[in-house]
Ligand binder design. Structure first.
Ligand code: AMP
Length: 274
């Protein structure tokens, strides 16, 4: 496996590649969720590039940029074992060489609801780095998890509206056996908090059970979910269609139920696609 940090070197390497290229952008501290994306890329492409870059521009003032887990040695091993050809691990300077740079903005509405409302500017940073990474790696396919549903939606929207050549591939959310959605931030949780964090997936499970039983009213479902989540400081419990418009009634095949909240000082998100 090649480890490259210089974007120019990666672009040169990329130009020499024959066949299809898959790309999986990550912030590292890789877990089974990341690995499901990586394995899919390895299975579907002749070459796979994984990036590990803790992107400072998507963290807001006061968020966990400094303490975000960094596990480069383990990440290298995991990528190598999974059959990754290139690990792209740039420095901050290599991605952001100039402070006064050309910017891309998240859409004013869909980039500022839900996650974007609670983390204003977060998606500007996400789109900014993803566009750079896609331009550096020029992949045929780029793999993103449904775990970050709004991020996936906005990246798909960006790729379409900016006429990018890359196909954005949505990948299923991977959970621990307990139901907890895998996340690098789970590393912050104490054993007690881990237990409490299960309430997020339990609330979503409650929602899916209600829907299976015939309930279609969003408000009724959200009410029950809030009951399950009463011990958690909730940022939002929301039901949207696949274009992130709030909906009053569940539309089977076109609905995402999302939840975000704090367990102790750790902010967690989870969702299910109905
Ligand atoms: P991150 O390192 O958190 O920026 O995530 C990198 C990619 O992995 C994103 O596309 C995430 O949506 C995806 N990802 C993170 N956690 C999971 C998970 N539990 N299941 C599926 N994909 C995930």
């Amino acid at each position: 496996m090649e480890i490259i940090s210089d974007p120019k070197k990666l672009k040169e390497y990329r130009k020499r590649l024959k066949g299809s290229v898959g790309f999986v952008p990550t912030m590292g501290a890789l877990h089974a969720g990341h690995l499901s994306l990586i394995k899919r890329s390895v299975a579907e492409n002749d070459h796979t590039i994984v990036s590990v870059f803790v992107n400072p521009t998507q963290f807001l003032e006061g968020e966990d940029l400094e303490k975000y887990p960094r596990k480069m040695e383990a990440d290298k091993k995991l990528c190598e074992l999974a059959g990754v050809e290139i690990l792209f691990a740039p420095s901050e300077k290599e991605i952001y060489p100039d402070k006064d740079e050309v910017l891309i903005s998240a859409p004013k509405i869909k980039g500022y609801v839900l996650e974007g409302y609670h983390r204003p500017g977060h998606f500007d940073g996400v789109l900014r780095v993803v566009l750079k990474l896609l331009n550096i790696t020029s992949p045929d396919k780029a793999y993103f998890g449904k775990k970050d549903a709004q991020q996936l939606y906005l990246i798909t929207k960006m790729a379409k509206e900016l006429f990018l050549d890359t196909k954005i591939v949505p990948c299923e959310l991977v959970r621990e056996e307990s139901g907890l959605a895998m996340s690098s931030r789970n590393a912050y949780l104490s054993p007690k908090e881990r237990n409490k964090a299960l309430l997020l997936s339990q609330a979503l499970k409650r929602a899916s059970n209600m829907i299976t039983a015939g309930e279609r009213e969003s408000e009724k479902i959200k009410e029950k979910m809030r009951e399950v989540l009463k011990e958690i400081k909730i940022d939002y419990v929301e039901i949207v269609d696949r274009d992130f418009n709030e909906i009053e009634k569940i539309e089977i095949g076109n609905t995402i139920i999302l939840v975000a909240g704090y367990v102790g000082s750790t902010r967690l998100i989870d969702n299910i696609w109905i």
